[in-house]
Design a protein around this ligand. Structure first.
Ligand SMILES: [Mg+2]
Length: 302
């Protein structure tokens, strides 16, 4: 289980750093720059050295830190409201954004929602955004909470900044998926189980349709780039999770194959790389990730 925990966190950071250089490139542009096989290794981006992760990892680490705070205070003082602790960590992250070294292409929705001073919830949405900034940071919720709770908390963490159901429900599904995977459930079964709490949630259909399509495509013989194109570009929550679920199912024994497929497309490559890296990292464990460290993770996690 420890290897799965580390695989999740390390996997999301490495997938994010792999996708960062191509986040704003179309697939033809990626091929022109890196060759027909697309990007295969870390590269510099935005003035940062190769292997630098983006806001996706910064915010995922904030989610993880918030969960740890929530458990500590819950045990010590009997205060139990994880989203409040996670929100505090997101606000701490917001403060780091005045330091240019920490500005890693953050999402405007996250910035504006946090700056508004209002903490969004599922019942009181802060906006109507369904950007993928909610789902790209909630994998750690699946490490902190068991199945059932993971869905609810993951959705609540995303709803802090993203008020559209397709902005926060995929985050609930991702957390639920991770919670099953970390307990050793196989991917196919975990993917099915993680859709159970989704069914019936307000506005769930769009997310459900996208994830069902991703599962079907993973069983087809269509090549990955064409299949991903059918799901979308991943700028919105349900598509980012759909692409990541597709790549994970298609490359379920191959962390690098799945993550490279998930970054070589014409969309939000760092977010799909990060989510896929988390899913396959949890499924396959830390040793499945074939790199020794991205720049900020020099300390080996083993
Ligand atoms: Mg990013």
């Amino acid at each position: 289980m420890e290897k799965r925990y580390k695989g999740c966190l390390f996997g999301l950071a490495v997938g994010d750093a792999l996708g960062a250089p191509v986040e704003f490139l179309t697939l033809p542009q990626i091929k022109r720059k890196y060759g027909g096989g697309g990007i295969k290794d870390f590269d510099s981006w935005g003035g940062f050295p190769a292997g630098t992760y983006t806001d996706d990892t910064q915010m995922s680490l904030a989610t993880a830190a918030g969960c740890i705070g929530a458990w500590k205070r819950g045990m010590e003082k009997g205060i139990w409201h994880p989203p409040s602790f996670v929100n505090l960590k997101y606000l701490e992250w917001l403060e780091t954004q005045s330091d240019p070294r920490q500005v890693r292409a953050p999402g405007n929705t996250c910035l504006s929602a946090l700056r508004s001073g209002k903490m969004g919830t599922v019942d009181e949405p802060v906006n109507n955004s369904k950007g993928c900034g909610g789902v790209m940071r909630t994998a750690p919720a699946g490490l902190a909470f068991p199945p059932g709770q993971a869905f609810e908390q993951g959705a609540a963490f995303a709803a802090i900044t993203h008020g559209h159901p397709s902005g926060y429900l995929p985050a609930g599904v991702l957390a639920e998926l991770i919670a099953h995977l970390v307990r050793g459930i196989d991917l196919e079964k975990a993917a099915g189980l993680s859709l159970i709490p989704l069914r019936g949630a307000k506005g769930y259909q769009e997310t459900m349709d996208c994830l069902e399509k991703a599962k079907e495509l993973a069983q087809s013989s269509l090549a990955a780039p064409q299949a991903i194109e059918k799901i979308g570009e991943g700028w919105v929550g349900e598509e980012a999770l759909g692409i990541s679920l597709y790549c994970s199912l298609k490359f379920r024994n191959d962390w690098a194959g799945g993550v490279l497929a998930s970054v070589n497309h014409s969309g939000d490559s760092d977010s799909t790389g990060s989510i896929t890296g988390a899913i396959l990292g949890t499924l396959l464990g830390l040793e499945a990730i074939p790199v020794t460290g991205c720049r900020e993770l020099r300390t080996p996690l083993t």
